[in-house]
Ligand binder design. Structure first.
Ligand SMILES: [Zn+2]
Length: 333
């Protein structure tokens, strides 16, 4: 089968590898879609810390947002059959054609894979369970209260998904900021009420004006870069403000701790690559796609063949107009 390997910084190679074989406790899945995630970029750019680089030298495989179809089931596996479409977390290195894994965890497994069946009618590339499970976790953690001012930095895939899950007519305002006007338009469609572009206005000043100098009740950071986190500290109110730190920060920086400890509560609703309550949040996420709460047709904007994975990663890095989320589809014709 074919699998994508990062062989050097910013360089992929598609290699032929041994087809995985399964034992009686495992099943084999044909990976039909795997989302490209901003958290994959450090492996691609080789910006990991030295010890992580040593643990995971080149060539390295990534891909943790797979969805696919079961093609073979070991005789001890219950609850799944050939032809079932599944999603969730079932193996790192999912930019490849197939994956074998033990659906119940089993000896030596770090944790049981978190998988769910995909209901009929949902396109496979919309059923990328892992990031949706994280979005569900963020929505359940954020829970703004009646009349709250909410402020959010960042309108990429995760940012827009956060708006889709959190925006609600009972909020006073849902203020969002992003560097791209076309993303801000999409943010409005999903429920943001005020949009600000830091290239055009002083965002902190605007937010303080909107809130009569009091600051916001809930501030959400979905960027993963220091300016966003600093903005959040500048606009959050004292006394039970709530900061939701979602961004995947991959580099250290210096922050003014006082801006966060004037009393806000700080949540990071994601564990490492998963939600805080995955067994409940993966099924909830699938329900939410079915309900249309997450408008996947607007959020999954780009599809790539496995051999075009380098392009997919470059598109994710750049601010390609119209790009929200890319999905690699090894069997796309
Ligand atoms: Zn991800």
């Amino acid at each position: 089968m074919k699998a994508a390997f990062i062989v050097a910084p910013r360089k992929f190679e598609i290699r032929d590898v041994e087809m995985p074989t399964i034992n009686d406790d495992q099943m084999l899945v044909k990976i039909e879609a795997c989302g490209v995630c901003t958290s994959d970029m450090a492996a691609y750019l080789d910006t990991w810390s030295e010890d992580v680089k040593q643990q995971r030298p080149f060539p390295r495989r990534v891909g943790h947002e797979p969805a696919g179809t079961v093609v073979e089931v070991g005789k001890n596996v219950e609850g799944f059959k050939e032809g079932d479409r599944i999603t969730g977390i079932f193996g790192m290195g999912s930019f490849a054609e197939y994956a074998a894994f033990n659906p119940l965890g089993g000896p030596g497994a770090r944790r049981a894979p978190m998988i769910e069946k995909i209901p009929d009618g949902i396109p496979i590339e919309h059923a990328i369970g892992e990031p949706l499970m994280c979005l569900m976790s963020i929505a359940r953690t954020t829970t703004p209260e009646l009349g709250d001012y909410v402020f959010q930095v960042g309108c990429g895939f995760m940012g827009l998904g956060v708006i889709a899950g959190v925006a609600n007519p009972k909020l006073r305002e849902y203020i969002v900021c992003d560097l791209e006007d076309w993303r801000l338009d999409l943010a409005r469609e999903l429920g943001a009420t005020i949009t600000l572009n830091p290239n055009k206005v002083d965002v902190v000043e605007e937010v303080m004006k909107i809130t009569d100098g009091k600051g916001v009740d809930v501030a959400i950071e979905v960027v993963g870069h220091p300016p966003g986190m600093k903005m959040v500290g500048a606009v959050i109110k004292g006394n039970r403000g709530k900061i939701i730190a979602v961004g995947w920060h991959q580099a250290p920086d210096t922050y003014e701790l006082m801006s966060w400890i004037k009393s806000p509560i700080i949540y990071s609703p994601q564990g490492i690559g998963m939600s805080t309550d995955p067994l409940s949040e993966l099924p909830r996420a699938i329900w939410a796609i079915q309900k249309g709460i997450y408008p996947m047709e607007k959020l999954v904007t780009h599809r790539y063949k496995l051999e075009d994975i380098g392009k997919a990663f470059e598109d994710n890095l750049g601010r390609t107009k119209g790009y929200i989320k890319g999905v690699v589809m090894p069997f796309m014709t």
